[in-house]
Design a protein around this ligand. Structure first.
Ligand code: PY5
Length: 305
C-alpha cells in the first residue's frame, strides 16, 4: 500500500509531496529517534472533523519528554499545522494524519540532547486498516518489549520494530493480526492496537502499567462503555481468558474498533462479532463523525463552512 496526497507540512512550510525529503544521515533514520502520532479525520459530507486532536498532540509532547528531545513548536502550533495541512490538501474524504517529530541532525552521536528536531505533518486519504467484519489473530512468539527496556508508553519510531516483527510473524502464518504477550505471558496488545475482552457481561483491558501504549481509542472506549453503565476493569489478561472470552476486539486510531473472531484457530464466542463489540463500533462511528452531542468536544472541524 502506498499513500499519496498533494502537500506535506515540513518544518513550517507547505511543500509538494514529492519535495518532502530528508537526508540519508538523518539521525532518526539510523536510530529510530522519531516521535509520531496517528490521527484520523472523518469527512461528514459537509466538513472534515479531526478526532481527539488535542489528545494526540498532547501525547506527542509526552513522547518527546520521555525520549528527551524538544519539539521546536508549541502544542498550539502543532494543532494549527495539522489543520493547515488538511486545508492545503482540501481533503473531502476520510484521512489519516501522521505528525512526526524526528531528530534530523546528520550525525552518528547517540547523545540527542542538543540535536535538531524537525517536524512533518503528513496526511492522506485512508480507509479501513483491518477488515471491519472481524479478523483472525494469532498469539506470536515475539513478546511486547517491557517498559523497563523501552518506554512503550511513548510513540517512538524505534519501538515499532517490535510491532513490525510481530505483525510479519502473524501475517506470514496467514493471520490478519498479531497478539503480543508481555514477558510474563499476559496478552497485552495487538501490533498497533489495544485489546479488550468481554467475559460474563464485563469488559476487561490490560492496565496502563502493563507494557502498552496508552491508547486514545482505548480511553474513548472506556468512556463510551461507562455511558452504558459498563465499567471496564483494567487487569492482566491471560491467553486462556482470551481463548474463552465471549468477545475480543482491538482498538486504535487506524483499527478503530475491530472484532477479533478467531484466536490461534479457536473461534471467539460463536465466531462472529459479538453484540457489545458491534454496539461499541456503531457508537464509535457516530462519535467520530460528530453525531453525538456529548462528544462533540472530541472533534475539531477543519473548514469554516
Ligand atoms: N498500541 C499500539 C502499539 C499502537 O501502535 C496503537 C496505535 C495503539 C495501541 C492505539 O492507540 P490509539 O488509540 O491512541 O491510536 N497505532 C497506530 C494508529 O494510528 C498505527 C500503527 C500501525 O492506530
Amino acid at each position: 500500500m502506498r499513500f499519496h496526497a498533494q502537500y506535506v507540512w515540513l518544518d513550517g512550510n507547505i511543500v509538494k509531496w514529492e519535495d518532502a525529503k530528508v537526508h540519508v544521515l538523518t539521525h532518526a533514520l539510523h536510530y529510530g529517534t522519531s516521535i509520531f502520532e496517528g490521527i484520523r479525520a472523518y469527512w461528514t459530507g459537509r466538513n472534515l472533523l479531526v478526532f481527539r486532536l488535542e489528545d494526540h498532540v498532547e501525547r506527542m509532547f509526552k513522547s518527546a519528554k520521555i525520549l528527551g528531545v524538544k519539539i521546536p513548536y508549541t502544542a498550539d502550533e502543532v494543532r494549527r499545522a495539522v489543520i493547515e495541512t488538511l486545508r492545503a490538501n482540501d481533503f473531502r474524504e476520510d484521512v489519516y494524519i501522521r505528525p512526526i517529530a524526528f531528530v534530523s541532525t546528520p550525525t552518528v552521536t547517540l547523545d540527542v540532547r542538543t540535536l535538531d528536531v524537525s517536524l512533518a505533518i503528513i496526511a492522506f486519504p485512508f480507509g479501513k486498516y483491518l477488515p471491519p467484519q472481524g479478523i483472525r489473530a494469532a498469539v506470536v512468539s515475539w513478546r511486547r518489549v517491557h517498559n523497563t527496556m523501552l518506554p512503550v508508553m511513548a510513540k517512538i519510531g524505534g519501538i515499532y520494530v517490535n510491532s513490525v516483527l510481530a505483525l510479519v510473524e502473524a501475517r506470514s502464518k496467514g493471520f490478519d493480526e498479531a497478539l503480543l504477550m508481555d514477558a510474563s505471558g499476559y496478552i497485552v496488545e495487538g501490533s498497533g492496537e489495544n485489546i479488550f475482552i468481554a467475559r460474563g457481561g464485563k469488559l476487561y483491558t490490560p492496565p496502563t502499567h502493563a507494557s502498552i501504549l496508552e491508547g486514545i481509542t482505548r480511553d474513548t472506549v472506556i468512556k463510551l462503555a461507562a455511558d452504558w453503565g459498563m465499567t471496564v476493569q483494567e487487569k492482566p489478561i491471560t491467553r486462556e481468558e482470551v481463548y474463552t472470552a465471549d468477545e475480543v476486539f482491538l482498538v486504535g486510531t487506524a483499527a478503530e474498533i475491530t472484532p477479533v473472531v478467531e484466536v490461534d484457530g479457536r473461534p471467539i464466542g460463536d465466531g462472529r462479532p459479538g453484540p457489545t463489540t458491534k454496539k461499541l463500533a456503531e457508537l464509535y462511528a457516530r462519535v467520530v463523525r460528530g453525531e453525538v452531542e456529548r462528544y462533540m468536544k472530541w472533534v475539531t472541524p477543519v473548514y469554516s463552512t
